[in-house]
Write a protein of this length. Sequence first.
Length: 226
Amino acid sequence: MSADLSNWQWRAPPDLKPTAGRYVKTEPAQFPDAATELFPVLCSEGDADLWTYIPLGPFETAESFGETMRFVTGQQNWQTHMFRDAATNAPLGMASYMRIRPEAGSVEVGCIVLSKKLQRTAAATEAMYLMARHVFDDLGYRRYEWKCNNDNAASRRAALRLGFTFEGVFRQDMVMKGRNRDTAWYSMLDSEWPAVKAAFESWLASDNFDGGGQQRRSLADIRAAI
């Protein structure tokens, strides 16, 4: 028999408030204004590949970027956050809370666009940690979702590395940019979060990196040992 949730109460939606970690800060991205800072790091020459698996973009002007994001975030009720370097305040990327379902305690993180400077860094991992921590620790949600194009091998690897569990593939789920999209689904549950959180915090600790900034233990290895 399924769990008794007779005392369940709707949760609040994710907050649009700044958070800060050791490497990165997050803050609400209010479009179209946020496009002024994000366009140069996400839409410059050579950045088109950042948008391959995103339903939007790439964009040729900051104006088109800002207006498209303003329309979509408003229509779809996304809550988009900008990532900044904690030391320099430079903009580094963005991600959105999507499919917000307070009645079920469930939310998706998506439209993740990380600048090439942010990719494969401790700051990128910390940004995902901060967003997950808000969902579980601050809001008490039951489920955190990650969905991606099944052709996007990098996103599928990232989901597993971050502690999400693969749930399956919705075949022929969308038509996106003139091509079929099969959607891979991943989730993280509140019962799993304590171990995932502990692994994040151990991995992000300064003593997990050598003098050259290389990790001593991988996130997956730390999580497996918990």
